[in-house]
Design a protein. Structure first.
Length: 129
């Protein structure tokens, strides 16, 4: 068994696609419009299944925002240089909500960014990413 994708409901599909592709460097993998059910899906990621997990962005017609609730935490992305990623994300209009630095009580370098709908994304520094 393996993870295939994570789904996030978004308020403005193109704004979210732009964030994940232009700010975080993912690729738009595919889209699917379902007018009879009043939703559109866009899958983004750094690669496709089965080699890579994907992020499914779901836009429900006529819904432009959602409550976050208290159960959602964040998604995480591994990369080589978190500090440089924060610089690049800011330069591309992204919002860094915790600058690069060691995780509390540890030495792993992390940062947090926020997408246009308020979802948190943890950046984790990993050699070879």
């Amino acid at each position: 068994m393996r993870f295939l994708h994570t789904m996030l409901r978004v308020g403005h599909l193109q704004r979210s696609i732009d964030f994940y592709t232009k700010v975080l460097g993912m690729k738009l993998l595919r889209t699917s419009d379902n007018p009879s059910q009043k939703y559109t899906l866009a899958f983004v990621g750094y690669g496709t299944n089965p080699d890579h997990a994907e992020l499914e962005l779901t836009w429900n017609y006529e819904v432009d925002s959602y409550e976050m609730g208290t159960a959602y935490g964040h998604i995480a992305i591994g990369m080589g240089d978190v500090a440089q990623a924060c610089i690049d994300i800011r330069a591309n209009g992204g919002k860094v909500v915790r600058d690069a630095g060691p995780v509390k009580g540890g030495t792993t370098i992390i940062a947090f960014v926020e997408d246009p709908d308020g979802y948190k994304i943890e950046l984790i520094q990993r050699a070879g990413e």
